[in-house]
Structure formats: structure tokens, C-alpha cells
Design a protein around this ligand. Structure first.
Ligand code: GLV
Ligand code: GLV
Length: 357
């Protein structure tokens, strides 16, 4: 292969490798055992000749790495993630390096995990599982692990992009919840589902309470009114600690809060305190402020369900993400107009142009 492309981690499937090797690229996959590579590790990997890199959300892609990549003759970087808060796009731009991400292929998988966490928290699945395994079940009781019924309650979505919109649809259609969403922009993505309205008519025709939906004027309206709230914003300066002590305080005492976006969107210290004081308030968390760590006290909270950043972890999606990341890098190296979109992160590809894995 004429071009040297590095992947900082082994990635699922083989299609992404074949795409690259079929088109003049030599693929080198880092097999370093430690989970998170340092900037120095990655500089060593890049070496003196490297055309493109596929990197991970755990890596700090800033000034130092982009200048090293530029020195090695590189022109392309793709994050294997939809989020790119770990990437300094301005620095990449400065060095003429195109940056890509992998939207689209993880929308439904991530929304399904948010739905799973919503149900797990509302119905206390993990607590009940631990109780069974601890041998504590002595027989059925009227008061054992009583949780919340979702039907007829209100689901609140903060950030109605692809993932938030898919989640909203699942909760409304699947569980007949009413919807309130907050986003800076009107979500045509979501509102085009307004088959939700048609669905309401369907329910009515069948003698059921129709579901309702609205776009909230403020985020606080969502926090006050919703029974289940799922966070789907990107992480940037404006969404850092979006959920803090004051905002937790206006939520319902028995609300469920779910986060599959990025940890720092929640002030986790405030959250732990809120969970301690409000035992009926429940959370489902896929992401944490100081990943891989949890803030002190969180692990002891029975009203928290915690999983290790697995929202996009379905086989189809992870292979799709690897494929997109490879196409991003390949597109730039080979000069394909569809993928080579220098200096603009999103979208390299949108969901309408995503090839199936
Ligand atoms: C995962 O967190 C992603 O951003 O793809
Ligand atoms: C992520 O891709 C989103 O827009 O929700």
C-alpha cells in the first residue's frame, strides 16, 4: 500500500480493513494493551510517515497530535464516534487535516440503550436483579420493588437531534408517553414523526387517551413537567454541567433521568447528592464526568443504574462506525468528493448516504 493508515485500536469487523487495503492503503492497528493511549503513545504510532489516522473518543486530539500528523504527511483524521468533543477541530484545520466522525449508524442503537436505561431505572431492574442474586427473595410481596408506570407519563427530551428524536419516537410509540422536548432548533427530524399525531388519533379511535407533544420554550419547562428525561445534546461549553443542583431541584422528586450523551453534561457531584437526598429519584447513566471513574458515592446509590459507555455497542453499529471512519480517512486521502469534506466535522456522511456495514 502506498498510504499508511493507523487505527489506534482494533475495531469490530473486517470490512473497514478491506476498504482501505483494496485502495492502496496499508493498515496498521495498534495492539497496545493499555486501554487509553497517551498523546506520547500516539505520536510514536504516527512516526515519520502517516497519511491518516482513525482514533477513539478517549484520546486527546489537539494541537500536539495534529501537528505530529501534519509533520508525518497526514491529511485525514476520523474519530470513531459521533461525538467529537475530544477533537480540536480548529487545530486540525490549522494543519490542513480533515476531520470526520461517524453519525447516522449509531442513532437507533444509542436510542435503544437510552430506552433500556429509562425502563431499568423506572422499574428498578438492576436493584431487583441484585436482590435475587443475593438470595434475598423470600416470596412475593405487594411492596416489593415498586416503580413507575410509563404509560400516560411525560417523556422529556433535551437535544432533539438524530438520537434524541429516535428515542422520543420509541418512548411515545412504544409506551404511549406524552412528549415534551427542548432544543435550540425546531426539530424537523422529530416533528416529521408527527405521525405521533396520527398515532394519537389511532389511540383515540380505540378509546384510549391520545398522546400529546410539544416543543418547550425553555429547558426548565422540560425539567419541571417530564417524568422521564433523557439528555441528548452535544458536549461543548454551552452544555457543560447543563444539569446541576439548581436544575435537579426543579425536577419531580420521582423523575427518571437518563444520560447517554457525555458525562460532563451533568454535574456528577450534584447528582450524587441529589440521589442521596431523593431516594425515589432515579438515574440511568451510560457516561460519566471523569470516565472511567465515578464520582465518590455514585457506586453505592441504589437509585442509579450505571453502564460503561456502551450506548453504541451493537455489532451492526460498531462495524458501521468502523466502516464510516475508514471511509472518512480514505475519502480524504483519495480525494473522493463525497467524503473529503476538509475542516468540517459534521456531516462527513449523513444517514442517507451511510452504506450498510
Ligand atoms: C460515542 O459516545 C460516540 O460519540 O459515538
Ligand atoms: C447524534 O448524531 C445526534 O445528532 O443526535
Amino acid at each position: 500500500g502506498k498510504y499508511r493508515v493507523i487505527s489506534t485500536k482494533p475495531m469490530p469487523g473486517t470490512r473497514w480493513i478491506k476498504l482501505l487495503t483494496d485502495q492502496d492503503c496499508r493498515v496498521e492497528i495498534c495492539t497496545e494493551k493499555k486501554t487509553i493511549l497517551s498523546v506520547e503513545d500516539i505520536i510514536a504510532l504516527i512516526g515519520t510517515k502517516c497519511d491518516g489516522v482513525i482514533g477513539q473518543l478517549t484520546e486527546d486530539w489537539g494541537e500536539v497530535l495534529f501537528s505530529a500528523l501534519k509533520k508525518a504527511g497526514g491529511t485525514a483524521f476520523s474519530n470513531m464516534a459521533v461525538g467529537y468533543n475530544n477533537v480540536d477541530v480548529d487545530a486540525a484545520t490549522k494543519y490542513g487535516i480533515a476531520v470526520g466522525n461517524t453519525p447516522g449508524v449509531l442513532t437507533e442503537t444509542t436510542a435503544e440503550l437510552a430506552a433500556s436505561l429509562s425502563l431499568s431505572a423506572a422499574r428498578r431492574i438492576v436493584e431487583a436483579d441484585q436482590f435475587m442474586r443475593a438470595g434475598l427473595y423470600e416470596g412475593w410481596l405487594p411492596n416489593l420493588f415498586v416503580g413507575n408506570l410509563l404509560k400516560g407519563q411525560t417523556v422529556g427530551v433535551i437535544g432533539a437531534g438524530r438520537i434524541g428524536s429516535a428515542y422520543a419516537r420509541m418512548m411515545v410509540e412504544g409506551f404511549k408517553m406524552n412528549l415534551i422536548y427542548y432544543d435550540l432548533y425546531q426539530s424537523t427530524r422529530l416533528e416529521k414523526y408527527l405521525p405521533i399525531i396520527a398515532y394519537g388519533q389511532f389511540l383515540k379511535a380505540n378509546g384510549e387517551q391520545p398522546v400529546t407533544w410539544k416543543r418547550a420554550a425553555t429547558m426548565e419547562d422540560v425539567l419541571r413537567e417530564a417524568d422521564v428525561i433523557s439528555l441528548h445534546p452535544i458536549l461543548d461549553k454551552t452544555t457543560y454541567h447543563l444539569i446541576n443542583k439548581e436544575r435537579l431541584a426543579i425536577m419531580k422528586k420521582e423523575a427518571v433521568l437518563v444520560n447517554c450523551s457525555r458525562g460532563p453534561v451533568i454535574n456528577e457531584v450534584d447528582l450524587v447528592e441529589h440521589l442521596r437526598v431523593n431516594p425515589m429519584f432515579r438515574v440511568g447513566l451510560d457516561v460519566f464526568e471523569d470516565e472511567p471513574y465515578m464520582k465518590p458515592g455514585l457506586a453505592e446509590m441504589k437509585n442509579a443504574v450505571v453502564v460503561p459507555h456502551i450506548a453504541s455497542a451493537s455489532k451492526w453499529t460498531r462495524e458501521g462506525m468502523a466502516t464510516l471512519a475508514a471511509l472518512n480517512v480514505l475519502g480524504k486521502i483519495k480525494g473522493y468528493p463525497v467524503w473529503a469534506n476538509p475542516n468540517q466535522v459534521e456531516p462527513f456522511l449523513d444517514e442517507n448516504s451511510v452504506p450498510p456495514p
